[in-house]
Structure formats: structure tokens, C-alpha cells
Design a protein around this ligand. Structure first.
Ligand SMILES: [Cu+2]
Length: 396
């Protein structure tokens, strides 16, 4: 509401300024020697130089931006296909930058060179087939090469051999959290449907499906280094997007359908933390945190925890109010650590049985409590009656 009011005030201010300049112009009529509405050579010259100034601003800001914020871009990829995505991205960047620098320069140079001049007459130029051919064919060829390379990369990344030994994991998206389901011993995910969501079975896994019996549900994703992980994504409510930037992986999670993505992690979390660029990044973040912590402590607050790097699964579709916080930690383990971690997890069917047993015990305790209190009440009544009788006898 406040922002709407601010916008209205700004619009009204702009209208008032515009009206004021109009009134000012009207007061100047007749007082100036040159009040013609047609641009003079001097006007054209000034405009030409201002355009050059703007061109310089574009170039300088581009270079400044690259130097200042270039290091914030994603660094070393942590998956096998990551370098393919990066090279596709880099080629596209180089092309875009080269074309942008040349065409912008030409655009402003032409505008300056052929600016309005009373002594010059515009040349009538209908068309040139040669020029048309040049500026149609060159971009078409460049774009075709880019698209073909992109398709080659996409097919390479998305191809999962049916016979390949992969780890099957389901990523389940809902507002506003991620849950992962491991396929268990049989490496086949049990069927699931949102209609089957009940109690602790929050993913709607079909417990009558034999493949679902050994499925494991976790809220922290562990994957082993060097092994292909095949993710199957589902969404409970709206469109989400599973985004794992360090692995150069992203796939939409669409309600009512299963989407997929597979990759091979190449660095364990511990190894990635030790990469020189990451060591420097962590040190930088902690330097900023230390300053902030000192400020907080001075104000009577608590200091911030030091930062350590973790891979993340983020949501990359604006899916609601807490979208920004929809994330899950990913840990890349060595194969042995991964095996150990997974072996310590209980299956969903075990969890459901344990929950049912716990509920039964709680019910039992509740009924025992009820009968105990009934007994207590009776005993109390008997004691009261005895006391009354004793009192009466004593009075006699
Ligand atoms: Cu989301």
C-alpha cells in the first residue's frame, strides 16, 4: 500500500514538473532570438556528442561490472557434464559481447556522422540485395551453430542409459520445502500419488506397492562422488524448479507429472571446500561476517556463526511467499561414507509401523490413566464415607 502511494506521488510530481516546464516555455515566447522548433546545426552537434557520452557510459559500465562482480559468477562445476554447460555458456557470452560492442559502436558512430546538417542532403537508397544477404546469412549461420551445439549438449546431458547403474532418488517439492526419497535396496522407487498422503506418509507413497517397502525418506540429500544419480522430480502444489547450481542442473517440478535429471558429482563437499577459489570465498564471507558480528555484539545482540560452504538444492521458480527460503542441503560423500549414511536410515514402512505402535502405546496409556483416575475417585469416596461414619460414632 505504501509503495502504491509512493508511485502515485511520484507520478503526480512528474505531471506537475511537466506542466511547469510548459508554463516556463510559454513565458519565454518572443524573448529569445531563436525560438524555432527546428533543430539547428548546433543542437544536432550537441545531441551527437551526448550520444557518444552514452556509448562511453555503456562500455565503461560493462567493463566495470565485469571487473567488480565477475567473480560472483559460478566457479568450478562439481558435476561431470558441468564443463559442457560452462563452455556453451562462455561461447554464448563471447558472441553476445563481441556483437554488442561492434553494433553499439556502429549505431552511435553512424548517428553522429550522419546527423542533421543544413548543407547536406539525404541520399535516397532503396535497398541492396548484397547487404540484405550479408546481414541475414551471417546471424543465421552463427545461431544455427549455437543451437546445434546446444542440442548436442542437451542430448548428451539428458541421456540416461536404461542399463546404466544409477542411483534413483526422488525430489519432492512442496510449498516451501524439499523432501528426498531413496529407492532403497531394489533401486526402484515405489509408486506414489498425492491422494495417498496420510499421517507421516507425507509424500503419498503407495505402501501396497512391493517396490515401496524399502523406500527411505530424508530431508537432507546425500549423494556419492563419481556415481550417476538419477533424480525424478514431483511437485505437490504449484510449479517449482529443482536448481542445483554447483552441479549445473535445473529441472522444473510440475504437479501431476514426473520430470528427471541425472548427473555424476565430481567433488565431495569436503574436497570442494578445499578448492583455492572456495577457500578465498569462504575467508571473504567470514571477514564480512566478523565485521557484522562486532556491530551486533556492540548493540547487545549475538554474533553470527562463521560460514562454511555446502552444496544446495534451491527452488528456481517463484512459487509463493517463502520461495526464497525453499532449499535443501546436499552433501556429496565418498562412496563408503554414502553407504554408511544410507544404511543408518530407516525405511518409510518401518517409520509407519513405529508411528502406529507409538500411537497404540499412547492410547493404552490414556485408557490406563482413565481407569486409574476412576479407581482413585472410588477410593476417595470410600475414605470420605468411612471418615463420616467414624465422626458420627465419635459424636455418639
Ligand atoms: Cu518453490
Amino acid at each position: 500500500m505504501t509503495s502504491l502511494l509512493v508511485i502515485i506521488v511520484l507520478v503526480l510530481l512528474a505531471v506537475a514538473l511537466w506542466q511547469l516546464t510548459k508554463i516556463f516555455d510559454l513565458t519565454q515566447v518572443g524573448s529569445s532570438s531563436d525560438d524555432s522548433q527546428v533543430a539547428s546545426d548546433n543542437d544536432n552537434n550537441v545531441q551527437g556528442y551526448i550520444m557518444f557520452g552514452f556509448l562511453a557510459f555503456i562500455y565503461i559500465f560493462t567493463i566495470y561490472g565485469l571487473l567488480k562482480w565477475g567473480n560472483l559468477a559460478l566457479h568450478t562445476p562439481a558435476s561431470e557434464h558441468g564443463s559442457l554447460v560452462d563452455s556453451l555458456m562462455n561461447i554464448t557470452w563471447v558472441l553476445i559481447f563481441t556483437v554488442q560492442i561492434i553494433t553499439q559502436g556502429l549505431l552511435y558512430w553512424f548517428s553522429f556522422k550522419y546527423k542533421g546538417n543544413k548543407d547536406k542532403k539525404a541520399l535516397f537508397f532503396a535497398d541492396s540485395n548484397k547487404l540484405e544477404a550479408i546481414w541475414s546469412i551471417i546471424p543465421s549461420v552463427v545461431l544455427a551453430v549455437l543451437i546445434l551445439y546446444g542440442l548436442y549438449a542437451w542430448n548428451n546431458i539428458m541421456f540416461v542409459d536404461k542399463d546404466e547403474d544409477v542411483i534413483e532418488i526422488e525430489l519432492y517439492a512442496q510449498q516451501f520445502k524439499w523432501t528426498a526419497r531413496y529407492a532403497g535396496q531394489d533401486n526402484v522407487l515405489g509408486k506414489a500419488n498425492v491422494r495417498l498422503i496420510e499421517g507421516i506418509n507425507t509424500l503419498g507413497v503407495d505402501m501396497s506397492d512391493p517396490n515401496a517397502q524399502d523406500d527411505i525418506i530424508v530431508s537432507e540429500l546425500h549423494i556419492p562422488k563419481g556415481k550417476k544419480v538419477h533424480f525424478k522430480m514431483r511437485s505437490q502444489d504449484v510449479l517449482h524448479s529443482a536448481y542445483m547450481p554447483h552441479f549445473r542442473a535445473q529441472m522444473n517440478c510440475v504437479p501431476g507429472m514426473v520430470t528427471e535429471f541425472a548427473f555424476i558429482p565430481t567433488y565431495t563437499t569436503a574436497e570442494y571446500r578445499e578448492l583455492p577459489f572456495m577457500v578465498e570465498k569462504i575467508a571473504n564471507i567470514n571477514k564480512i561476517r566478523a565485521v557484522k558480528s562486532a556491530e551486533l555484539v556492540a548493540q547487545g545482540g549475538t554474533a553470527l556463526d562463521p560460514y562454511t560452504f555446502d552444496y544446495l538444492l534451491l527452488c528456481n521458480k517463484i512459487c509463493g511467499a517463502s520461495h526464497y527460503n525453499m532449499q535443501m542441503k546436499i552433501v556429496v560423500d565418498s562412496p563408503a561414507e554414502y553407504k554408511k549414511w544410507l544404511s543408518e536410515k530407516t525405511t518409510l514402512s518401518q517409520d509407519i509401523k513405529a508411528a502406529a505402535a507409538a500411537e497404540k502405546t499412547a492410547e493404552g496409556a490414556e485408557s490406563t490413566k482413565d481407569s486409574t483416575s476412576a479407581v482413585n475417585d472410588t477410593v476417595k469416596a470410600v475414605i470420605d464415607t468411612v471418615k463420616a461414619v467414624v465422626a458420627k460414632v465419635a459424636m455418639k
